[in-house]
Design a protein. Sequence first.
Length: 307
Amino acid sequence: MNGLKEFFGNIPMFQKQVEREIEEKGIEPSEGIKKMEFSRQVIRNLVIGVLVVGILAFVGISYFNNKNQPPVTPTATTESKESNQSETSGEATENSSQAVQGSSDHLLKLSAKERADEATEAFESWYKSFSNGDVILEINKELLKEGSGGTSPIELQTKLIDNLKAKFGDKVSDDFYTGLQASFNFNPVIVDGAKGLTISKQNDDESQWFSTWFLDTEKKEKNTKIIVRNDFPFEWVDWRNKGQHDEKVGKIFKNVDWDNDLSYEVIGIDFTEATKNIETNQILFVQMHYNEKIGKWQVTGNVGGVY
């Protein structure tokens, strides 16, 4: 204690504090009074210092203990509860997904009639985006001569498909062109010395002609043009309630779960009164599909027909 008194006694600031407090109490600052007040101040500051050091030490020890402790492992009950909740959530999501497979929020908000109307309007919009008889591929007289370069079936059909892509844009789906390409693999676009430019039917497999139903050739002295046509009547077909159960046409479009998938509709096209240079079935059904990424209905490459 004497050592502490000597330590604090050598600090001028501390000495002045002792004298100031004695004066504030109205006591005569005799040497005895100063020594007694000095001892009290030393003890008080010592107690405060010990408390501050103790608190700091406690805080530091607690911090490092918490930092070095391993993470708490959940109990079996907690794990089981979380697992059950996860499984329940997963099942609910899966069931919900199955219930509206291929459907978007947009489609769920619509009635069956509104979905049918939208799909029909999209087909009509595509159907009217080109004029009946628009030339989609033309070959000049020089190229009609046999042996001319650049007229292989592959080159011709590639050019025709590229022209269609430029004309139709996103009104049709990508698989539309895949189906068209498959049709040309069986029925190539060729240059004939007598007939000119034409699409040649190589076999009697009518399924390979479905994708070319909207194409035709324009014949003059020599057929030098392939054109597109949009003069065939069409209407929406109730495939969910009738079409899929129909004895004649129910066998086509098995690729869709019609009871749960709202993103498909069907348009029927009547060729019974049409005269075409390129053969086709008398009745065709074209699938429309709602593309969620771009938010619109598209004509697809899935085309079926009867008769």
